[in-house]
Design a protein around this ligand. Structure first.
Ligand code: HEM
Length: 485
């Protein structure tokens, strides 16, 4: 007779076999191929630190679209420009959802701008596009705001007296440049003004949160962790926004909206008090999302560009020469976004390519069953575009690891905007802040290079060029030197 222990062991073994069999049996026919993985964890244990490289390795074996099980998330990786174009442009309507995970729900509570979808997303996208374009907003243009902040940055840089310092553009000591640009648009407030200590604290907490996510060893494992800073953040935000909204309601003038809150209040005239409260809750999330999406991404791109100019002094010389010829001589020192600086713009285009700020974009979700490149993708699959590989595929980019701005110029020196440089992704759900980001990154960089030469730190002459594993690919901290020209 079997004793009790043997019977239990056999039963457990049979259950394990059954689970293994269920796991092995494909639930859908004709899914894109991909690696097997292991029960429960799927492919997570086999991911290297930079997930985009692992996906690329698998893609070379299985093809341009692959299925990868990440924990309990069925995921399809789009590993070529053609696959991303077919999904996000040609079949965009079906791929405009956002994939929901414990982390996204936790971070967004189903509200805001980045993680919502359906009709709610369409309504907010329209509103956000109008607001970021400055439509109907009185006061300064986006360009004026950015140039003002760029001027502040230059003051702070000058105060470093050509000593090594760590440039973190969004939090550059007293000048919170990028945070001020986005906060100026959404809540008409600067972080570094007296009385705004809570806003400054909030910006710090938010940025620390982004960094905390970035510090996880692999950007897919962050899904399973919560942020310890969340409670303090919630309390600060609640108090800050209640105060701000009350002030805006008191001073509200329909015909002269000054910022995103005023635009929002304009839209809310017909709502009941409870609807108003609900809308304001959504609004707070929207403002937070814009802040989170719009600071570390742009800041990292500016820092990558400066690092590449340090290691390529000949390229920096050409940028300086172009700025001197065009702006100093032709435009009395005044730069605008449309100023013709093709070489400098090519340097930026190359930075977007070689150090893609969000190498795997922001995961999408297909809202219906769909066929893509001949494969079946069941509704509600996580869809990840490998933007990094589009930017580094040697079939299209000769020596992709080499920083060569010239590859973005034609024979007459005009800028070529290749559709294979897509840091902001593509389709109806591409980055909402693309124009703002392009404007601020260009104007900050030109304003700095107009006045300074960026030099390596003599004690450590090689700026770190390794990519980081976070959602945002931020450069490591490096003390550089800025010398007045
Ligand atoms: C270098 C700078 C930036 C890069 C590389 C970048 C990249 C991206 C990418 C790849 C996405 C995902 C798009 C998709 O799903 O197809 C995205 C979404 C988004 N970005 Fe950016 N971004 C940058 C700066 C900004 C700025 C300055 C803002 C604005 C304040 C912003 C606001 C957003 C928002 C709101 C979304 C979500 C859009 C939606 O779901 O409809 N981003 N960004």
């Amino acid at each position: 007779m079997l004793d009790y222990l043997t019977f239990t062991n056999l039963a457990l073994f049979a259950i394990a076999l059954l689970l293994f069999y269920i796991w092995l049996t494909p639930k859908y026919k004709n899914l894109p191929p991909g690696p097997m993985g292991v029960p429960f964890l799927g492919c997570l244990p086999f991911m290297e630190t930079l997930a985009e490289r692992t996906f690329t390795k698998w893609s070379k074996k299985y093809g341009p679209i692959i299925t990868v099980q990440l924990g309990d998330h069925r995921t399809v990786i789009l590993n070529s420009y053609e696959a991303i174009e077919e999904a996000f442009i040609k079949k965009g309507e079906k791929f405009n959802g956002r994939f929901k995970t414990y982390f996204t729900e936790f971070a967004s509570e189903g509200l805001g701008m980045v993680f919502i979808d359906g009709e709610k997303w369409k309504e907010h996208r329209k509103f956000g596009t109008r607001a970021l374009a400055g439509a109907g907003m009185y006061g300064k243009t986006i360009e004026q705001r950015v140039l003002e902040e760029a001027e502040n940055i230059c003051h702070v840089i000058r105060s470093k007296n050509e000593e090594p310092f760590i440039l973190e553009v969004y939090m550059l000591e007293s000048s919170c440049a990028l945070a001020n640009v986005i906060n100026g648009i959404t809540i008409r407030e600067r972080c570094d003004e007296e009385g705004n200590e809570n806003l400054l604290k909030l910006c710090h907490v938010k940025i620390e949160n982004i960094k905390a996510i970035n510090n996880f060893p692999n950007r897919f494992r962050y899904n399973y962790f919560a942020h310890h800073t969340r409670m303090s953040q919630v309390i600060i935000i609640a108090a800050l926004f209640d105060n701000l909204i009350e002030q805006h309601q008191q001073q509200h003038d329909r015909l002269h909206p000054r910022d995103l809150i005023d635009l929002y209040l304009n839209q809310m005239k017909d709502f009941s008090v409870s609807q108003l409260y609900f809308k304001i809750t959504i609004y707070k999330k929207t403002t937070k999302d814009l802040f989170a999406a719009g600071t570390e991404t742009s800041s990292s791109t500016i820092r990558w560009a400066l690092f590449y100019l340090i290691v390529n002094p000949d390229i920096q010389d050409k940028v300086h020469k172009e700025i001197d010829d065009v702006i100093e001589t032709g435009h009395n020192g005044v730069v605008r976004y449309d100023t013709k600086l093709p070489y400098t713009k090519a340097v930026l285009q190359e930075t977007y390519r070689i150090r893609t700020a969000t190498p795997l974009g922001v995961p999408r979700r297909n809202t219906e069953d769909v066929t893509l490149m001949g494969y079946f993708i069941p509704k509600n699959t996580q869809i990840i575009p490998n933007l990094w590989w589009v930017h580094n595929d040697p079939e299209y980019w000769n020596e992709p690891d080499v920083f060569k701005p010239e590859r973005h110029l034609d024979e007459e020196g005009n800028l070529i905007m290749s559709n294979r440089v897509i840091p902001f992704s593509i389709g109806a759900r591409h980055c909402l802040g693309e124009n703002l980001a392009r404007t601020e990154i260009f104007l900050f960089l030109v304003s700095i290079l107009q006045k300074f030469t960026v030099l390596p730190n003599p004690e450590d002459p090689n700026p770190p060029l390794e990519c980081s594993p976070g959602i945002v690919n931020s450069p490591h901290k490096y003390p550089l030197i800025m010398k007045e020209r």
